[in-house]
Ligand binder design. Structure first.
Ligand SMILES: NC(=O)c1ccc[n+]([C@@H]2O[C@H](COP(=O)([O-])OP(=O)(O)OC[C@H]3O[C@@H](n4cnc5c(N)ncnc54)[C@H](O)[C@@H]3O)[C@@H](O)[C@H]2O)c1
Length: 436
């Protein structure tokens, strides 16, 4: 089957490459000429483990190609996926659907055969209806169906998640849409990945409800961590103690500096706007979003405290280890590192930072931060070290070297990757999240 993927970012490129690997004939389309040029030159525009080999292998096998020409790219495709961005709209936090609508108009204009148009972008409930209206208004004579197929992959583990998903959600309103989607996902169907067919609106809601729930779980354990700090508990023991309860589950109970990334912050906000528009308040999600927002700057203040308070901290230098919102990605969107660095800058503290993959994208977002080539260069002469992202490279730092290079052995571990007693017996003034 021929598949067209419009939008070749984190989701479009991974999904396109995986569909090609399943044996489909895939064209990835993007309006960004430089991205398509790089892909055609075999250079990955994003960092995602295993992606280069997957793309390279499928291009070589003749199943995957890249173009900026949408009309050419969708010709003959039975399924046309929309995987463009849906960022927060400036000013009001609604999902900005302009990219989705533009692509829908272009598809309507150039459709040259019967096809299913599939929204993979995360879009508010009712967007499928609007895409359908846009296609109908284009006057196309070809048969089409609009299906919602939200994506649940995690950056950093995207290929594994796409190929072995917990579930595939397909929101379709007619048999034509359902049948084509069954063919698209047939290889996974054979793999026994659960496929859930729902109405289009339910599928759209499932994606936001899933992200809001996960954001809630993270925020819940973060607040429990704050309580542990005040009353002398250990949040890791508490997380284990509650997570072993099958009704609760162990995942997403790691206390940290607050959630970031390309999905949770904007998706919780967009869901709140939908709820507001329909006068159906989601008070829990409202609280989650507010608590998480204020947490990021609070983490900056935690570092100031570790330096002895605002007077003592002014003029000092902090080494920041990790900038991306999580390891194994270069994605900097809404990373807590941005707000933490701003808070430190506001407090008169200079920052030098290292991240294995995120520095290129971080530079324009954090102009006040000096980026250096390795963790030890950041640590040299620093008055405190802050671990912001739990990259493997930071899990086994040479502690003697760290102590020799740093001006003071102050370590703020916002990911709880070290053991408190070990760090203290190694001579560090060690602070972490929700642990004594
Ligand atoms: N990143 C994730 O982990 C993730 C996971 C699940 C769902 N999602 C959702 O998937 C969608 C895409 O996210 P992403 O992270 O891949 O975004 P991205 O910004 O990495 O990629 C979007 C791509 O779309 C392209 N584009 C925009 N308008 C276009 C047009 N008119 N024609 C062709 N290409 C166009 C952009 O140039 C860009 O390359 C979003 O709705 C997001 O919420 C993302």
């Amino acid at each position: 089957m021929k598949i067209a993927m419009v939008g070749s970012g984190y989701v479009g490129l991974v999904s396109g490459a995986c569909f090609a690997d399943f044996g489909h004939d895939v064209v990835c389309i993007d309006k960004d000429q430089s991205k398509i040029d790089r892909l055609n030159d075999g250079v990955m525009p994003i960092y995602e483990p295993g992606l280069g080999a997957l793309v390279g292998g499928n291009v070589k096998a003749g199943r995957l190609s890249f173009t900026t020409d949408l009309a050419e790219g969708i010709r003959g495709a039975s399924a046309i996926f929309i995987a463009v961005g849906t960022p927060s709209r400036r000013g009001d936090g609604h999902a900005d659907l302009s990219f989705v609508h533009t692509v829908a108009r272009e598809i309507g204009e150039h459709l040259s055969n019967d096809a299913v148009v599939v929204t993979k972008s995360t879009v508010p409930v009712g967007t499928g209806d609007e895409v359908e209206r846009i296609l109908a208004d284009s006057g196309t004579q070809h048969r089409f169906a609009v299906v919602s197929n939200p994506e649940f992959l995690r950056e950093g583990a995207a290929i594994g998640d796409f190929k072995r998903p917990d579930r595939i959600v397909i929101g379709a309103e007619d048999e034509f849409g359902r049948q084509i989607m069954q063919q698209v996902y047939r290889p996974l169907f054979l793999n026994e990945s659960p496929i859930l067919f729902t109405s289009r609106r339910s599928a759209e809601i499932i994606k936001y409800a899933a992200n809001a729930f996960l954001a809630t779980k993270i925020t819940f354990i973060n607040e429990i961590a704050d309580l542990c700090e005040k009353v002398g508990g250990d949040v890791q023991d508490v997380a284990r103690g509650i997570g072993l309860d099958g009704r609760i589950g162990k995942k997403f109970l790691h206390a940290g500096p607050g959630y970031g990334g390309s999905c949770f912050p904007k998706d919780t906000l967009a869901l709140l706007k939908t709820a507001e528009d329909h006068e159906s308040p989601l008070r829990i999600v409202e609280a989650v979003s507010k608590v998480n927002d204020s947490r990021k700057r609070a983490m900056g203040r935690k570092v100031v405290e570790a330096l002895g308070g605002s007077d003592a901290a002014r003029g000092k230098r902090v080494a920041m280890l990790g900038l991306t919102f999580k390891p194994n990605t270069d994605d900097m969107r809404d990373s807590p590192a941005i707000a933490i660095a701003q808070t430190l800058d506001d407090a008169g503290i200079s920052v030098s930072a290292f991240d294995p993959e995120g520095m290129e994208l971080a530079r324009p977002l954090m102009p006040e931060v000096e980026m250096v080539g390795d963790p030890y260069a950041a640590i040299e002469g620093a008055d405190a070290i802050v671990i912001v992202t739990e990259w493997d490279a930071f899990r086994a730092l040479d502690l003697d070297r760290v102590k020799a290079l740093a001006k003071a052995p102050v370590l703020v571990d916002l990911r709880n990757i070290y053991k408190a007693h070990e760090m203290r017996s190694a001579g560090f003034a060690y602070t972490s999240i929700g642990r004594p």
